[in-house]
Design a protein around this ligand. Sequence first.
Ligand code: NAP
Length: 290
Amino acid sequence: MEYTTLGGTGAIVSRLGFGGAAIGLTNYVYAFDPADPAVHARSIAAIEAALAGGINYFDTAPGYGNGLSERIFGEALEGVDAVAGHPLFLASKLSPATPAGQVRRLVSESLERLRRDRLDLVQLHGSSYSLEDVDRLLAPGGLVEHLAALRDEGLVGAIGFTSEDSNDGVYRLIRSGAFATVQLCYNLIYQHPYEPSRPFGSLFTAEEHGLGIITMRGTTSGILQRWIQTVNPANTFDYTPALIQFVLSNPLVDVALVGMRTTDEVRANVALVDDTAGRIDLDQLHERYV
Ligand SMILES: NC(=O)c1ccc[n+]([C@@H]2O[C@H](COP(=O)([O-])OP(=O)(O)OC[C@H]3O[C@@H](n4cnc5c(N)ncnc54)[C@H](OP(=O)(O)O)[C@@H]3O)[C@@H](O)[C@H]2O)c1
């Protein structure tokens, strides 16, 4: 496993992170029933395989199956404090629409489901942020100030935010100085956050401001695969390794999250991290003249 330092958090984290949406959500990406006991046992086994493979970064959210993903992590990670000598890093989230007065209760409920007394990272669970949203979040007495109070008393280690977009709101949040990390959508079919030929993009800005960079939807959440099956139903080529290597090849990406549901997927993806010969030169890939 390859490890790196997650920006200003100082934490040493595996470059492959276990994305917890897939194990908690019903029929997410592919047909899936997390309530089925056999499926539940498979999810626990996948997390155990991730620990055995050296993954110490785990990402979840209360929204992934109404707390189910957090409960599964709580069960599988109970008593685990370190992986390959590096402290376990557990990240969860909170809706940016949460009334500030409910922050403590909601974080405490996450901790109860996760069977922990401290979260390493709590992130605003965003899809998009308008400039008005940003002003509201950062205002005195607002959500971020309440999260900072939990951080100052040690209930959470750091504060971050997640976003599907890289719009003005995201740039302002990155530059605000209020966050230690950012989690952004970035993959082969969504490259707007990193355009090396200009260079331009939210990943560059996040790096400049010292944020730890986490990416989501590493294998495109099945969108590329669905498109290929639509235009070429006979296709059998497995695009997953190249998609994961694409994200890992980005020097600004600290942690590439991938949703995994089986031990086979975990082992295959861990092997990819070790296969550094599979990395791509992204600058060269973006060359327009040969
Ligand atoms: N706004 C936010 O904060 C936000 C939004 C989206 C995602 N996220 C985070 O990012 C994580 C990753 O995103 P994601 O789960 O949406 O998408 P993803 O990682 O692109 O795709 C997940 C799917 O990839 C498949 N997969 C993984 N390894 C594979 C392998 N070796 N071979 C074949 N298929 C493989 C799994 O398929 P099977 O179903 O067949 O197992 C899984 O359902 C999430 O789990 C979540 O933690 C955060």
